[in-house]
Design a binder for this molecule. Sequence first.
Ligand SMILES: [Zn+2]
Length: 90
Amino acid sequence: METTRSGFLNDEGPRVKFCSRCGCRIPVTSPYELCKECMKKELFPKVKEFINENYDVNEMMISQEFGIDRSIVHEWVTEGHLEYRKRLEF
Ligand SMILES: [Zn+2]
């Protein structure tokens, strides 16, 4: 059931918000304006670059640098999208 004006049950306002890029629903508790997918599309290349430039980075550093949650960074790593300590020959 989709009602946009059900102000009776929740005093805190709408319980959902929408990704500012693709418009899909994201949890209202999310501190971000993007859904995880869009966040990945947007930030992933930058994160990867960051890792390549600073080979000794960890999840904490990435999360601080990009203002994203550590759990998200961790997710990317466990999904195999990111690799730490990649050996780069300069
Ligand atoms: Zn999105």
